[in-house]
Design a binder for this molecule. Structure first.
Ligand SMILES: [Zn+2]
Length: 249
């Protein structure tokens, strides 16, 4: 299926400009290709949107870091994520390199990720991403990888911007804000039930599920629930900033 047309980057909203390297038009996967687990049907059509070269490059790095940090926090028994842990391990293993350049790339990523290493005695339980903390039956100090909050924020924004464009053809302009929350399953249940009741669910294989409800009086204002590998669960809320301000006045 061809990628829907836009004369601006769906992610940063900058107009494409073929004579400036960073502003060239590219095609970006909403969920990175590497994030689809092994049990994803081969013929599954992956979501893609037009994005500028800069966003494409920036997200490639962010998503690579997230794949390693989150992927290493999965279990082999996670049935919605087969192959993801192995992929995360391989991407920091220089022995898996195809050539010298690839080897250097893996070593650099490994160094970068090692810089995020901490341990459970250093990190309060409430700072753990829900569903990613060490299992309660494991005693003693465990290693943890720190994830930049900004990376989760940017990743969420990308999914929301990409899908709002893909499903409805709208770009999310600066008069809207995109906020996100990571909740545990118990706290998210009432919100999730509401989205399921009022909105739609989109499955992209067993590894990726997005639920979305759009406000009836505003085509862009919406509530998203993004679920990856059955473990990473993000709520995102798109609201009109101006409307909020008007209400306060
Ligand atoms: Zn861009």
């Amino acid at each position: 299926m061809p990628v829907s047309k836009s004369d601006r980057c769906v992610l940063c909203l900058k107009p494409f400009n073929e004579s400036v390297k960073e502003d060239k038009k590219t095609v970006e996967h909403i969920f990175p290709k590497a994030w689809y687990p092994e049990n994803t049907p081969i013929n599954l059509e992956k979501w893609r949107v037009p994005s500028c070269q800069k966003c494409n490059n920036d997200y490639s790095r962010i998503e690579q870091d997230l794949l390693v940090c989150l992927g290493l926090g999965l279990f082999n028994s996670d049935e919605n994520a087969p192959g993801i842990i192995q992929k995360a391990r391989r991407s920091v293993d220089p022995n898996c390199a195809k050539n010298e350049r690839d080897r250097q790339k893996r070593l650099m990523l490994k160094k970068r990720i090692a810089g995020n290493l901490s341990s459970t005695d250093q990190i309060p339980q409430k700072a753990m991403i829900p569903n990613f903390g060490p299992p309660p039956n494991i005693k003693g100090t465990q290693p943890v990888l720190l994830i930049k909050a900004d990376h989760i924020k940017l990743f969420t924004e990308k999914i929301v911007r990409g899908l709002t464009f893909l499903l409805d053809g709208y770009l999310i302009e600066p008069d809207y804000s995109i906020d996100y929350h990571l909740l545990n399953d118990k706290d998210s249940e009432p919100h999730l039930n509401k989205i399921c009741k009022l909105g739609e669910t989109y499955h992209k294989g067993p590894g990726i599920v997005v639920r979305r409800a759009v406000a009836s009086n505003d085509k862009i204002g919406s509530f998203y629930h993004i679920e990856v590998w059955g473990r990473l669960k993000i709520f995102a809320i798109v609201t009109k900033v101006k409307a909020l301000r008007d209400n306060k006045e």
